[in-house]
Design a protein around this ligand. Structure first.
Ligand code: ATP
Ligand code: K
Ligand code: MG
Length: 690
């Protein structure tokens, strides 16, 4: 399988070079203001720089060299945080670059009338409007997003999906959507354009992936508020230290007061700069990791919700099963021959565009040599399948043939005064218990028998559901099939619950009900029918092969159109949340440790008694403060790979995760600074810098 996505090499040279440039560009106050914690460091850098200039003129509150060293460290802290964000954005951009290649000048064949064979005019794709109808022939690029209204063709979508195998796009059903920039390989399509220029799927994907549309997610805002509160507390504490130290020096008549430089250094070490500097990079990287899985998230919020999902709604057909429900056998009712049933079944399916319908035509031909008849010469009118009626069929010259779910056909024939035979009832039960879908065929008010539609549960799916259960996520299978079939497949696949005979409304209600109970719901969908439910779900993954309506209603698109991807999406979301949680824990634990490094040293001159806290025995007060500030800057750089790659993830319960997190990142966060600061101090001494 060829994938367009970037190799995971974090330290791609081009990205790093660009990120260094961007790190400086991000020094603009307008950018800095967006990140309140780092904004404090930014102000501190400016203040200490001014103090250094004063010191050069002999008016310093500390030696000029010391102030300069602190100022430089603070500027680097800001630059490192900028750099982290720039690297994350650079990787996303690199991942999106192949999408730019898919944008090209295309000539569209705009049809004067919406039908194949009519004359067309050639116009630039960029001037196509929503509602225009175009012809696309073998070799042509598809000029815009739209839905196929006529024709069947194989399409090369590798420009978008990176998948080189062609896909079939056809009118009707769930494979009717085409994307601008892809190419028709064989045959022709008539497509109704569904978006105006500039609003295409490709445009939206590029904007999202490149981060130009990225806004803070609700959780990011909440965390930022917490970090700002912490920052304010430390700011107050630090500011009040100054008059305090002045007073005590005065009353004692000895020692010297704290310098502004030391106070700024102290403040920067105490506020949560590590998470403050990496927060945005973690969010961007989350979207980037989705992209690596060929999933385009149209909001950071969707990625975040994916990590918190409680309930997963999965379609039976195509998600849990392979999805090509194929006719496998005919079971005639008493007094009907199998051939008679097959003939009626085929007639009712001649215009049925669903895979089920087509397979019935094929099976009747294979078993009895019944040829597909020319539907126009029959003077027939077709009744198309819908998920609401669960029935389809044909009316021809006084004959009305229907096929559909048992209850739909029962309703249909009782309406006309017919009776549902007991032997057919038994066949339905038998077929359903096997996990197959029974389609009952009726002519007028007489039941002719049952068609068995077979589908196969995907290999390995049971293990995936087990993992989800370990993560504390409930899986619910949804199907339009009857309860018996649903129960058989649910048991085989190992889902927690199922909803049978589901209409699109029932799906929507199920989502609302779970949300009302405070749960976050995820689902996948591809049909126009799924659009309302997709719009309601918290995480809504539309298949790239699906209809435009589904893609617009969802907040993620899976370019591979693999419904089981939802499981990986949840894992990626969880990993992003865990990474943020881990680094927040680490950051705050870190600050506590820095407190012990810097306080005794900073106050040694003012309060000699505080020396009992001086557990680290750093060389001098100046080297203690400098070492802490250097460590504070370097830790941001050191954690960039972790922020971008994400912490390792195993499917265990939330409580266990929290425990592990506190243990590793909390304890680590406490210990690492002691070692780091001690080493830096020794190095400074060794190099005779202090
Ligand atoms: N082409 C058809 N003609 C008549 N009846 C059909 C047809 N396809 C399905 N049915 C009936 O309608 C019921 C619901 O079908 P539907 O495709 O909505 O089910 P589903 O399992 O939810 O599949 P999906 O995952 O595609 O939504 C089926 O159980 C079957 O009885
Ligand atoms: K800090
Ligand atoms: Mg279906």
């Amino acid at each position: 399988m060829s994938k367009n996505t970037l190799s995971t090499s974090l330290f791609n040279r081009d990205i790093l070079q660009q990120a260094i440039i961007d790190a400086f560009a991000k020094l603009a106050p307008r950018q800095q203001w967006k990140n309140p914690v780092m904004f404090v460091v930014y102000l501190g850098s400016m203040l200490t720089s001014v103090l250094w200039l004063q010191a050069l003129r002999g008016q310093g509150d500390a030696p000029a060299g010391f102030i300069l060293a602190i100022a430089c460290c603070l500027w680097f802290t800001v630059l490192f945080a900028n750099f982290a964000e720039a690297v994350a954005e650079g990787r996303s951009k690199a991942q999106a670059s192949f999408l730019h290649n898919a944008k090209r000048d295309i000539i569209a064949k705009k049809l004067d009338e919406a039908r194949y064979g009519n004359p067309f005019t050639e116009i630039a794709a960029s001037s196509l409007r929503k509602g225009d109808v175009v012809l696309i022939e073998a070799g042509d690029f598809i000029p815009g997003d739209g839905d196929v209204i006529e024709g069947v063709a194989s399409v090369d979508e590798s420009a978008i999906t990176g998948e080189s195998a062609p896909v079939i796009r056809e009118s009707g059903g769930d494979f009717s959507s085409v994307t601008g920039g892809t190419r028709v390989l064989s045959d022709w399509l008539v497509v109704r354009i569904s978006v105006n220029p500039g609003e295409t799927f490709l445009d939206r994907m590029i904007a999202m992936v490149e981060g130009s549309q990225r806004q803070k997610t609700p959780n990011e805002i909440a965390l930022t508020i917490l970090l700002v509160a912490l920052t304010l507390v430390f700011l107050m504490a630090t500011v009040t230290l100054l008059p305090f130290s002045l007073y005590s020096v005065e009353t004692a008549g000895s020692g010297h007061p704290l310098s502004i430089t030391v106070l700024v250094a102290l403040l920067v070490c105490l506020i949560p700069t590590t998470i403050g500097g990496l927060l945005s990079a973690i969010g961007v990287a989350g979207i980037g990791r989705m992209m690596q899985k060929n999933v385009v998230a149209t909001s950071g919020r969707a990625v975040e919700a994916a990590g918190d999902v409680d309930v997963l709604l999965l379609d039976k057909t195509g998600t849990i099963t392979l999805g090509n429900r194929q006719a496998a056998a005919f079971f005639p009712a008493k007094g009907v021959s199998e051939k008679q049933l097959a003939d009626a079944a085929q007639l009712s399916s001649l215009a049925d565009e669903t895979p089920e319908g087509r397979s019935i035509v094929v099976l009747a031909k294979q078993k009895f040599g019944i040829r597909g008849r020319d539907v126009h010469s029959l003077g027939a009118t077709f009744v198309h399948f819908s998920a609401q009626t669960r029935m389809s069929g044909v009316n021809l010259k006084g004959r009305q043939i229907r096929k559909g779910s048992e209850d739909a056909i029962r309703g249909y024939i009782t309406e006309q005064g017919g009776r549902f035979p007991a032997d057919t009832q038994n066949i339905v039960i038998d077929v359903s218990r096997r996990g197959s879908t029974p389609l009952v065929v009726a002519e007028d008010k007489k039941v002719l028998g049952v068609i068995e539609l077979k589908d196969i549960v995907k290999g390995g799916i049971k293990e995936r559901f087990m993992e989800l259960r370990q993560m504390g996520i409930k899986t619910i299978m949804i199907t339009g099939d009857n309860r018996l079939t649903a129960a058989a497949i649910a048991a085989e696949a190992g889902v927690d619950d199922f909803l049978a005979e589901a209409t699109p409304e029932a799906k929507l209600n199920l989502i609302r009900q779970h949300q009302a109970e405070g749960r976050l719901v995820a689902m996948t969908g591809d049909g126009t029918n799924d659009a309302p439910a997709l719009a309601q779900a918290d995480v809504a993954v539309a298949m790239n092969s699906g209809t435009q309506a589904a893609k617009e209603a969802g907040n993620m698109v899976d370019l591979d159109s693999n419904p089981t991807k939802l499981i990986e999406i949840v894992e990626t979301g969880k990993q992003m949340l865990m990474t943020r949680g881990a680094l927040t824990t680490f950051s705050i634990a870190n600050d506590v440790a820095k407190y012990f490094a810097i306080i005794p040293a900073a106050f040694a001159g003012t309060y000699p008694a505080l020396n009992v806290l001086n557990v680290m025995h750093l060389a001098t007060p100046a080297s203690a403060i400098l070492s802490a500030v250097i460590f504070n800057a370097l830790i941001i750089i050191a954690l960039i790979p972790l922020a971008l790659r994400g912490v390792g993830y195993k499917p265990v319960g939330a409580e266990k995760l929290l425990q592990n997190n506190l243990l590793i990142y909390g304890l680590g966060g406490l210990v690492v600074p002691f070692i780091g600061i001690k080493l830096i101090d020794a190095l400074l001494v060794g190099l005779h810098l202090v």
